[in-house]
Design a protein around this ligand. Structure first.
Ligand SMILES: C[S@@+](CC[C@H](N)C(=O)[O-])C[C@H]1O[C@@H](n2cnc3c(N)ncnc32)[C@H](O)[C@@H]1O
Length: 260
């Protein structure tokens, strides 16, 4: 993984969906989906959540999925067609900041790992827009990483701390998104707000952004060539020995749109 667009590819997001299967299922539970209703997945990527949501809304419900990237929507369309779900799914290329939906159009909505790819100043507008399109009483579910909690078992803790801080602060548009979700939900007036955290653990080097992190930090002059070599070789060695340990926290926040 050498750059951000490679880190957020359809292929990577499909692999990540496998690791996050339990987290995703819990996020659908938080949406309190009734059969026959319409639900929204905002920033849907390649459509990894559509089948799970379609199962919950049933044969007479509707899943609306929106992503700003036409290539992601094309991929979602391919998958949905393959799965025979096309009739129950609406796909839109569009921005979550200006959703192509009427007020109260859906019974529940979700946005997973979307807020971390947007500038922090956009986050309140995302939640406000989800609130606009979700009907009163409907649930809004936000899921995101807090990269400030990420850590790696690496012999040189000072180097590891510098690199992980660089990742959260400089390599993600909003690396601390996860910890902001609770405040955002309250600030946007959501009620009955619930929080869950899930620790994600990785043992495969290529399942993580650590190569990309080492390369970017080196290119930016943040670490020396020697530190770069130690970081990559050391972590690869840990992986070869079956001892690589990387973890980060995912935060899920769910709240209801107030009844008018
Ligand atoms: C990290 S991916 C997560 C995708 C999916 N939610 C998942 O869990 O796999 C973030 C997605 O947000 C999309 N995105 C970024 N900015 C957006 C915006 N303003 N409106 C809608 N989607 C956006 C990206 O194209 C990308 O597909």
């Amino acid at each position: 993984m050498s750059n951000d667009s490679e880190f957020v590819t359809a292929d990577y997001l499909r692999r990540a969906a496998e690791w996050a299967r339990t987290l995703k299922a819990a996020s659908y539970d938080h949406m309190a989906i009734e059969p026959g209703c319409a639900v929204l997945d905002a920033g849907c990527g390649p459509g990894v959540d559509i089948a799970g949501l379609a199962q919950r809304v049933g044969l007479h419900g509707r899943v609306i999925a929106v992503d700003a990237d036409p290539a992601m929507i094309a991929e979602a369309q391919r998958v949905v067609t393959e799965q025979g779900l096309l009739e129950r799914v609406e796909l839109h290329v569009g921005s979550v900041l200006n959703l192509p939906l009427a007020d109260g159009a859906v019974a529940a909505s979700r946005a997973e790992r979307l807020i971390q790819v947007l500038p922090p100043a956009d986050a309140p507008h995302v939640v406000a827009e989800l609130r606009r399109v979700t009907r009163p009483g409907g649930r809004i579910v936000l899921v995101d990483a807090d990269w400030g909690t990420a850590s790696v078992d690496f012999g040189d803790n000072a180097l590891e701390r510098r690199l992980m801080a660089f990742f959260a602060q400089r390599m993600r548009p909003n690396g601390f998104a996860g910890r902001r979700l609770f405040g955002l939900a309250l600030e946007q007036g959501l009620k009955d707000v619930k929080v869950e955290t899930t620790v994600m653990v990785y043992h495969g080097f290529d399942d993580t952004p650590l190569q990309w992190l080492g390369d970017t930090a080196h290119d930016a002059g943040m670490i020396s060539a020697e530190e770069h070599r130690r970081w990559i070789d050391g972590l690869r060695m840990q992986e070869a020995l079956g001892r690589l340990f990387v973890q980060t926290t995912m935060v899920t926040v769910a709240g209801s749109v107030p009844q008018v």
